[in-house]
Design a protein around this ligand. Structure first.
Ligand SMILES: Cc1cc2nc3c(=O)[nH]c(=O)nc-3n(C[C@H](O)[C@H](O)[C@H](O)COP(=O)(O)OP(=O)(O)OC[C@H]3O[C@@H](n4cnc5c(N)ncnc54)[C@H](O)[C@@H]3O)c2cc1C
Length: 409
């Protein structure tokens, strides 16, 4: 089969890898519009469920991702005028740049023809064309009415920055300014860098003049606002030299149909999920797994594409609901600002409003050092046990890139 993936993001590259693993005779091409080594964004987070899947589908790339990832052991919540509180839960993070370079190397080693600085205009004769060209997919736009594409804009403004301050763990920080609340989602993803996503309402954004400042001046203003969290380190906009990353509104993309003849949508081109639940990359990779499975089961292409879409829509639905509830919580964030510290961080963690009472009681209890350490120990034991079950995986955790967790507080 001749397969072309338009877009060399996680979806396109990983599907290319799986297609080659399924049948080395497939001719697989990836067309990426950017030059090699160029991408947007900083680190992304993921959890055990993705690692389980990655090890099941390709232990080689999974092992490399596992080795390169950074682990964090809890969430810290800071807000002006409130005590620092903690939310239980661990996860992993990895630079998007590193993830793509690992997937590229794996694809090339399997004989995938990866072409950079190439786009949909360069598609060779193909039996299957995978539109993995992201939320703003050009390939999808060629036939937007067939796909039934809808794009809804989120209310808040955000910008995806990085910083050389290595946060100890996943941290939400909320600052009250005279113009209103502004906050960040930050986490370490290697020895030297953390992701730093800043968000606020459009009113606060305009009042802080973030709509008018260029990339450098905008970063400088944010460094001043968040000085208490950055330990003197800079915020970095890696597009500062070319006009800046720019403030965005999250685009919630949905499509009524995912295929059109031999063209099929995958990853963000098919659906986006708000960054507040950190799942878009996972969903893109799992789309690739589902399409690889659907094709491997044989039969006509149209039936395989239907199986793929059916399976993925069912899997996506709960996460999309969670993402929507999560983004709406952040749009209403100023309404929660008056809550006392522990209730505020609990409201943040229970953004869907579905937790039973015992979760609140546990949350209260684990603000104390000893119960918190015990819960962290139990979660780590569970993580270790789960890691041991993965085929070909070393049971040890990825190297702890972030500063070690304190024993008290
Ligand atoms: C602020 C922010 C934070 C996020 N954090 C997380 C997180 O922590 N965890 C997580 O799981 N997800 C996160 N995501 C979501 C994640 O980045 C996306 O869901 C994921 O990258 C989707 O993968 P993809 O391969 O479908 O698309 P993309 O990663 O967007 O890749 C598309 C590729 O196609 C290329 N391309 C575009 N047009 C063309 C064209 N015409 N021809 C050829 N190539 C083209 C692009 O250059 C790009 O390389 C975050 C997103 C945002 C905005």
């Amino acid at each position: 089969m001749r397969i072309t993936c338009v877009g060399g993001g996680p979806a396109g590259l990983y599907f290319a890898v799986l297609a080659k693993l399924a049948d080395p005779g497939h001719e697989v091409t990836v067309l990426e519009r950017n030059p090699r080594g160029t991408t947007y964004g900083w680190g992304v987070v993921f959890w055990d469920d993705l690692l389980d899947d990655l090890f099941a589908y390709d232990p080689v790339s999974a092992g490399q991702i596992w080795e390169a990832a950074c682990q964090w052991d809890e969430y810290e919540v800071r807000a002006t005028g409130k005590e620092v509180t903690h939310l239980a839960g661990y996860g992993f993070s990895l630079g998007r740049h590193k993830l793509l370079s690992l997937l590229e190397s794996r694809a090339l080693s399997l004989g995938v023809d990866v072409r950079w600085s190439a786009s949909e205009a360069d598609i060779p004769d193909s039996d299957l064309i995978v539109a993995a060209d992201g939320a703003g997919s050009s390939l999808r736009a060629l036939d937007a009415s067939h796909f039934g594409t809808s794009v809804e804009m989120g209310g808040n403004k955000y910008i995806w920055l990085g910083t050389s301050h290595v946060f100890r763990t996943f941290t939400f920080g909320f600052e009250r300014t005279p113009a209103g609340w502004i906050w960040f989602h930050a986490y370490p993803f290697d020895d030297t860098t953390s992701t730093f996503i800043v968000e606020c309402t459009p009113t606060t954004w305009a009042a802080l003049e973030l709509d008018r400042l260029d990339a450098e001046a905008g970063c400088a203003r944010l460094e001043t606002i968040f000085a208490a969290h950055l330990d003197g380190q800079r915020l970095v906009d890696h597009r500062a030299d070319s006009g800046g990353t720019g403030w965005m509104n999250f685009r919630r993309v949905t499509n009524q149909r995912w295929d059109n003849g031999n063209v099929v949508l995958m990853g963000d081109a098919a659906h986006t999920t708000h960054y507040a639940i950190g799942s878009g990359t996972k969903l893109a990779l799992q789309d690739a797994m589902a399409l690889a499975d659907a094709l491997s089961s044989g039969g006509p292409l149209a039936a395989a594409l239907e199986r793929y879409e059916h399976r993925r829509r069912a899997a996506l639905a709960p996460l999309q609901r969670a993402a929507l509830a999560s983004s709406e919580w952040f749009e209403r964030m100023p309404d929660y600002a008056g809550l006392p510290s522990i209730r505020f961080s609990y409201a943040l963690s229970d953004r869907r409003g579905e937790y039973p009472l015992w979760r609140y009681l546990l949350h209260r209890a684990t603000q104390q050092a000893v119960p918190r350490a015990m819960l962290r120990w139990a979660l780590n034991a569970r993580r270790w046990t789960r890691a041991r079950r993965r085929p070909g995986a070393a049971p040890s955790a990825p190297s702890a890139r972030a500063a070690p967790l304190p024993t008290g507080g």
